[in-house]
Structure formats: C-alpha cells, structure tokens
Ligand binder design. Structure first.
Ligand SMILES: CC(=O)N[C@H]1[C@@H](OP(=O)(O)OP(=O)(O)OC[C@H]2O[C@@H](n3ccc(=O)[nH]c3=O)[C@H](O)[C@@H]2O)O[C@H](CO)[C@H](O)[C@@H]1O
Length: 648
C-alpha cells in the first residue's frame, strides 16, 4: 500500500489500516516494535500530516518503494543512515526501511535498523538539505559539504525545487534523485563509507507532541558533549509549524533549511511556562556543534590546579566572563556578589556554559562575618576582586556610598584575606586612574591620581592601599589590572553586560538603541580634536580577552611577583562614530543618533600601550572590533531586557 499526499486518504484511515496490517503480522515482536514506532510517529499535528509510506513498515531489505519516490513530485525524501559502525556490521538487508513523509513540500525519509534504533541515533553519515529552489542558499549548502567538512558532496537533486543532498563522497555526483537514493541505500553497508567522515552537521529533532509557542530549548544529553551554544540554532520545522524542531549549525550557514533526521533518544527538552516539558527526539550531535572545548575543560578538571579562587563580583559583567576562563584554565571558583548591580542568573548561565556547578553566595563585602564564613568554608588560594560600584555620575551624587562600598569593602576583604593567610590578589582597576592623558598611548608609568570623580578616586585609593600593604608585608602578591573599555560578550550570547537603568557607557547604550529600548544615542560632543570631531577615541577591548588577562594575572601571582600593574587594552583607539558604524554593520540595524553637548569630565582620547602585559603576562588582546560588536549584538538581541528577559 502506498499512501499519496492526497488528502483523500486521511491520516486516521491510514493509521487504522496500518495497525490492522500489523496485527496480522507474522512476527509478534516485530509487530510490537512497529506499533511502538507508529505511536511515536503519529504525533503530527493536523496541519502537518505525516504519512507512513511503506506497507506495514515491513522489512524490505533495501528495495526502496520507488513508486513512492516518483509519486512525490512536490517533495522528495532524504535517506538518512544512522550509526556508521552499526551499518558496517550489518548487511543491508537486515535493515528495515521506513519512510515518513512529513508534509507536502518537504519530504523526509528514514532508514534505520528497527531493533536498535535507539542506539543508532548518534551519528548520521548522511543527511539531506532542501533549499526550496533558493539558488543562493543552495550554493551555501554546497560550500558546506565540500569545503568545510571535506567529506560530503552536495548534489542537486532536482532543478525545479533546488534540493541538495549531502552524501558520502563516493556517491555518484551526477545522477537523478532515484539513483542517488538507491545508491545511498546501497551504501549503507558499503565499504565506500569512510569511517573517519564527520557526522552530519544537521539533525532534526522531532517533538512527540506539538511544541508550545513559548519555549526554550535545552540540549541536555549526558551521553554527549555539550553543544557549542553560539553555533547551535533550534528552528521550528517545517517553518512556522511548531511540531518539530531542527537543531542546526548557524556557522555552517544553515539558518533555515530542513534536513537530517529523526527521533529518540530524548536529549532535547523544551521549557514552557509550566517548566521542563516532555522530551523531544534527537538524532545525533552534529560534529560541528560539538563543544570541543568541553573535552579540554574535562581535561582541565582532571588536571585541576587544585587552587580555588574567590571571585568577588563574580556575577557581574567582567566577573562572570572571567569565571568561565578561569574554570577553563583548571581553577575552582567560588563567587560572591551582593547582587546590587548583578543577578545570580548570570552565574546559572555560566554554570551551563562550563557544565559545572559554581559555589556562589550573596555576600556583601561590608559584611565581614559573612566574608569570614566563606574563607572558613573554602580553602581559598587567591582572590580576584571585581566587586564595587562603578557609575561615574552616581559617584558624584553619592560619594560616601562609593568610598564606603569600594574602599571599605576592599579593606574588609584584605583584612579577612590576611587573617586567613591568603596573600594573593588580582585587583580590578581602571584606566580612569590616569585622569586626563598627558601623553598617548598610556603606559603604566603615566602619572595617576588626577581623577575627577569619586568612582575614579576610589579606584586610585585602592591602588594606593594595595601599594602600602605590599610594602608592609612581602607575603603579598598583587596584580593590579587597569582596564580600558570592555565590550562584547561571551560567544553564547547568554551572558553579557546588563546595566541597570539608563546605560552610562557607550556600547550598552548603542545596543539598547538597536534593540528598540532607546530611541537614539546622544553623541556627547562633536567639536573635539579627533578625526571625526566626536569625543571618545577609546580603547575598546573584548570582555573575553579581558577575562583571559585575569588568568594570566593569576598565573603571575604564582611567581611571587610582589606588586605589579598592567594595562589591559588593545592599544587601538576608535571614536564614537566608528563604534556606531561597526555596530550597525554587526547588527544590521540603523543606530539613530544626535550630536549633543560634551559630557563633563570626558577626555578626547584615551588608549593604552599594552606592551607590558604582553611582555610580562604573555597576554595580548586578540579579538577585533567586528567580533566585539557581533558578540554584543548576540547577547542584546537574544536578551533585550538583559537577564530579566523572559523567553517567549
Ligand atoms: C566619565 C566616565 O563615565 N568614565 C567611565 C567610562 O569611560 P569612557 O568615557 O571611556 O566610556 P563610555 O563608554 O562612557 O564613553 C565612551 C565615549 O562614548 C561617548 N558616549 C558615551 C555614552 C553615550 O551615551 N554617548 C556618548 O557619546 C562618551 O562621551 C565617550 O567619549 O567608562 C569606563 C569603563 O568603560 C570607566 O568606568 C570610566 O570611568
């Protein structure tokens, strides 16, 4: 029996017949299996009819029901083979063939070994992408196959609908869809499959029930390494019908095509308002989505330095990014944060990124007993001290709050450290301590202290305190890092800068204009002595580069370094309008701006000489302006309201 796409054959009627056929099947166990599979398959919502195409899903060896292929002129099938190793171990005819056609214009077929379907759902040597006649996308598909993976060929299946097939290199190039299909089937067990080939870059995740409109997909398979979150995309498929979800690789250029296979085992969950919901099926973890850093991270866990670093302000922007890099470098981390300007959600998201729980406490540095508790509970080797207030304008209105929080908090911390025999500290200072530059680029020996606001002065005062304790007790190892202008976010787009209220700094403001939270950017001053007249030739540095600078600084402490001071910048200056343009390019959004008066206290230009950090820490910033803007945009567009964003 062959079911056509003709609606005359209702799904229900067909199901009935199918089940009847199964009941009379000779093999009870096979019948059971097939019934189970039928139940699994018949999940499609009404608008997305699925038809089982082959008689009773009985084993037919590899003989494909060609009449079905031919009859499906509006769509076509992809033959997907799972588990290369298994395929090699079995003769083709031991495979049962089952095909499902998922909807009129997008067909999907599957070939799997019935008895072991679950274990087969790991890697897919084949998958098929349909590009719906869009030549450009087709070309991109082709690039993926040949150039990126090197082991796939893309073959145009049908000029009229512009379908492309990914298959093994050995598969004949020029042939029609029927032949390709046949060939692919016969290559299931064929020796021409190269066992080193990469799995498919795609997989299709089919829900066992219609997915809710609001959802957050969570890939969560303990058997497989984590996804590269920045690459993975979950798309509903077929488009606009939320009954299946496609996991695909954005980097490979596949934001919108359907492809791949399949079903169980469950490893994808989706969240709805009611919490974690039923599992979706998943086929394989595409190679290009595997987070290989994970293996390194596992390695790092194994070769853990055994050192625990206390990160104050670890829920904040720079702190959270640094925690990731430190964990990657093999350190154990304890986070404390008073959450005045941060949220524990960022720590939860960092935990997801690193695949590890991080002890984290809502503790204020002014609460000395609580701080002492932390030092009792954890064997701290070093402290990275980010915590503090940082809004320049606010510091002018509330100077005492700034001195108490920043300076008082730091002295508390230093006392507790000393009392517990911890003499290793990395301090988060700022280029603001240089005040108005007397020369550029700024080197570490540039005069400091001429800061015009309490925030800047508090940083300067802390630097002075650190100099003094270092002179008083040689046990102290202190690295002071003077940051230039950190921007960007982690590649995943799941953590980033989340200013409360109206952003003071340029880039968060621009990002909020792009996302529609602010109407326009006020460019403060257009009469400066800079190439485009705008102020703010600044040294923007990617926050991940900055975070890596902290790893280098922690390593420096091991050298019993005494007190050291380093600039963390790129050495490259960009104006406000440079930044506007770069962000427009990265986001594809127009940034409305108005030229307004100067902002009091702004200097025209400020950029670093980062040579000392390169020489003594072995650290340099690597990421350029485009990457900073792209990463910032990923964070902002995925989280328009920052960590408060509710996923729809
Ligand atoms: C005076 C001041 O606040 N200094 C702080 C600010 O330095 P910066 O002034 O270097 O950073 P910023 O991001 O506030 O401003 C960068 C440039 O953009 C300009 N701009 C900024 C915002 C805006 O809405 N429109 C606009 O034109 C601003 O005039 C400046 O020329 O941030 C640094 C961290 O990143 C330090 O914390 C500095 O202490």
């Amino acid at each position: 029996m062959c079911l056509q796409g003709d609606e005359a054959d209702s799904k229900e009627k067909y199901d009935k017949e199918k089940l009847l056929a199964l009941e009379t099947s000779t093999s009870t166990s096979e019948s059971k299996l097939i019934q189970n599979r039928l139940l699994q398959k018949l999940w499609w919502s009404d608008e997305n009819l699925a038809y089982l195409l082959e008689d009773g899903l009985q084993s037919k060896g590899l003989s494909h029901p060609e009449e079905n292929i031919q009859s499906h002129d509006e769509g076509w099938g992809s033959c997907i083979v799972q588990s290369l190793e298994e395929i090699k171990m079995h003769k083709p005819k031991e495979f049962n063939f089952s095909g499902i056609r998922t909807e009129r214009s997008h067909g999907m077929w599957m070939v799997i070994k019935e008895e072991q379907q679950e274990t087969h759902m790991r890697t897919s040597p084949f998958s098929v992408a349909e590009v719906g006649g869009d030549e450009e996308r087709g070309v991109r598909s082709g690039l993926l196959g040949d150039e990126k993976k090197g082991c796939f060929k893309w073959t145009e299946m049908d000029e009229s609908d512009g379908c492309f097939m990914v298959c093994n290199k050995e598969t004949p190039k020029e042939t029609d869809s029927k032949q390709i299909f046949g060939c692919e089937l016969s290559s299931m067990s064929a020796d021409n499959l190269d066992s080193t080939q990469s799995p498919s870059p795609f997989s299709l995740l089919l829900s066992t029930s219609p997915l809710p409109k609001s959802q957050e997909f969570i890939y969560d398979n303990p058997l497989l390494p984590p996804l590269l979150p920045e690459r993975a995309a979950f798309l509903s498929w077929p488009p606009n019908v939320l009954s299946s979800v496609q996991l695909c690789c954005q980097t490979c250029g596949f934001p919108s095509v359907s492809c791949g296979l399949t079903e169980l085992p469950p490893c994808l969950y989706f969240l709805s308002d009611s919490g974690k919901n039923t599992a979706c099926g998943s086929a394989c973890l595409p190679e290009c989505l595997v987070d290989h850093k994970y293996e390194k991270r596992q390695q790092a866990f194994k070769m853990s330095s055994g050192k625990t670093i206390l990160v104050t302000g670890g829920a904040g922007y720079i702190g959270s990014h640094s925690v990731i890099e430190l964990i990657d470098a093999g350190y154990d981390i304890v986070v404390i944060d008073n959450l005045v300007n941060a949220s524990m959600e960022s720590v939860r998201r960092v935990e997801k990124i690193v695949g590890k729980q991080i002890p984290s406490y809502n503790v204020d540095l002014l609460n000395k007993p609580a701080l002492e508790e932390i030092f009792k509970k954890h064997k701290i080797s070093a402290v990275i001290h980010f915590a503090g207030l940082k809004a320049v304008g606010e510091s002018c209105e509330l100077p005492l709050l700034y001195y108490k929080t920043n300076v008082g908090g730091t002295t508390n911390l230093l006392e507790v450290m000393e009392a517990n025999g911890v003499f290793n500290l990395v301090f988060s200072s700022s280029a603001t301590v240089y005040g108005t530059p007397q020369f550029l680029p700024l080197t570490e020996d540039h005069p400091v202290g001429s800061c015009t606001n309490p925030y800047g002065k508090s940083k300067y005062m802390i630097e002075q305190i650190l100099q003094d304790i270092s002179s008083s007790n040689k046990k102290w190892n202190i690295v002071i890092l003077r940051y230039f202008n950190p921007v960007g976010s982690h590649k995943s787009g799941t953590i980033g800068e989340d200013p409360q209220g109206i952003p003071n700094n340029l880039m968060p403001y621009i990002a909020q204009v792009a996302v529609g939270r602010r109407e326009f950017l006020s460019v403060y001053g257009s009469d400066y002595d800079t190439p485009d007249g705008t102020a703010g030739v600044r040294d923007y540095i990617h926050v991940v580069d900055l975070a890596q600078g902290h790893v280098a600084a922690v390593r420096k402490l091991d050298e019993q370094c005494g007190l050291k001071i380093y600039n963390l910048g790129t050495g490259q200056g960009y104006s406000v309008l440079d930044m506007v343009k770069a962000f427009e390019k990265a986001s594809g959004k127009k940034i409305a701006y108005k030229l307004v008066d100067r902002r009091p206290g702004d200097v025209a230009s400020c950029f670093s000489d980062p040579a000392l950090a390169a020489k003594e820490l072995g650290w340099t910033a690597k990421k350029g302006l485009d990457e900073m803007c792209e990463d910032l945009w990923r964070w902002q567009s995925q989280n328009p309201q920052g960590f408060k964003t509710v996923k729809n």
